[in-house]
Write a protein that binds this ligand. Structure first.
Ligand SMILES: *Cc1c(COP(=O)(O)O)cnc(C)c1O
Length: 340
């Protein structure tokens, strides 16, 4: 890392974002919620929640903000299918279906026939409702067969996972500007930000903070087990691509990222004691709905850091709620078991 950096003003960064093609899908700005009862229950710092679960469209979540930038090229390039495939309860599949409906495109889901595929509920129910062609497959061959059929039909397929990949992170540079504006408006300088660390939200927030020259601890908690060093190196790689897109003279390395796989449990998608506790605590102190797969684990990690004494009562932590709440309905038995 060289020491001389171009730090841009918020206005200049906004101008660079405004040069990119964009769709308008989300209700912005999303709220910033005070959580005094939660802080008290944890005997911890002041906790604010950035409500990215309230981006508006189709039960919201971070993908709505991401798709404003990442799906814009699909419209410009006249694609006719939005494709996505992951877990049966994928939030991204739900929002791919929703955005396709809104844009008048066909949505195709090639999801996994996993433990939460039946009964049809939560995100999967919504994907059906938005008119997606839903394929749940068990093998790579079955998945290939769907893709080959689309090709033989002459479809122009835009994959919302891989196409526009870096633009998803760009959207959270924008998200950072929005959050920072809200914090400044309330005269709050947070001591840390917690976010579910897939890739894009985490990277976008880090690039945004650095571009403005704001030293801020941004902690990513992964929904999947990971090698933290490897993950941080990958996040840095993505950050360098994003800073090129925005013409920022920044150079990121693994040391610029802090992410933890320790709170994920044995695998992606399993409910852990920490995520269950987080889901229940947030609901019962603030009527704040988290999900067990992403935000529950991230919140669980934040709770653990608070209990370790990483923050004092006069400090402030912002939790970025990335959404995912429809999945809760597919995990009812696992959560309810704890409540009954
Ligand atoms: C997809 C998803 C994430 C991770 O998203 P990135 O785009 O990798 O930041 C986090 N939380 C929820 C609820 C999600 O659906």
């Amino acid at each position: 890392m060289s020491n001389i950096k171009t730090v841009v003003t918020a206005d200049e960064l906004r101008a660079r974002l405004d040069r990119l093609p964009r769709l308008y899908l989300a209700d912005l700005p999303t709220p910033l919620l005070d959580c005094p009862r939660l802080s008290k229950a944890l005997d911890g710092p002041c906790i604010l929640v950035k409500r990215e679960d309230q981006t508006g469209m189709a039960f919201g979540g971070n993908k709505v903000r991401e798709f404003e930038y990442s799906v814009a090229p699909a419209v410009e390039g006249r694609y006719d299918v939005l494709l996505h495939g992951a877990a049966s309860q994928s939030n991204q599949s739900r929002l791919t279906a929703a955005v396709a409906a809104r844009l008048g495109l066909k949505a195709v889901m090639v999801g996994r026939k996993d433990a939460h595929a039946e009964p049809v509920n939560g995100n999967l129910l919504l994907s059906h409702l938005f008119g997606a062609e839903v394929n749940l497959v068990e093998t790579a061959e079955e998945r290939e067969a769907v893709l080959e059929r689309l090709e033989s039909e002459g479809r122009r397929v835009y994959n919302t996972s891989s196409d526009g990949y870096y633009l998803r992170s760009v959207s959270y540079v924008d998200g950072f500007l929005e959050l920072w504006d809200q914090l400044q408006g309330r005269d709050i300088a947070p001591d840390a930000l917690y976010v579910c660390s897939g890739v894009h939200t985490h990277v976008g927030l880090v690039v945004g903070a650095r571009a403005l020259g704001i030293p801020l601890r941004i902690v990513g908690i992964s929904p999947s087990p990971q090698d933290n060093a490897e993950s941080n190196a990958n996040l840095a790689k993505v950050a360098n691509e994003v800073s090129q897109i925005l013409d920022l003279d920044l150079d990121f390395s693994a040391a610029d990222f802090e992410s933890y796989g320790e709170y994920a449990g044995d695998a992606y998608g399993v409910v852990t004691p920490g995520s269950k506790e987080a889901v229940i605590l947030a609901a019962q102190t603030e009527a704040l709905v988290l999900d067990p797969v992403y935000t529950g684990k991230t919140f669980g990690g934040m709770i653990d850091h608070i209990r370790q004494g990483q923050f004092t009562a006069d400090q402030t932590v912002v939790f970025v709620h990335t959404g995912g709440t429809p999945a809760l309905f597919a995990y009812g038995d696992e959560i309810l078991g704890e409540l009954k």
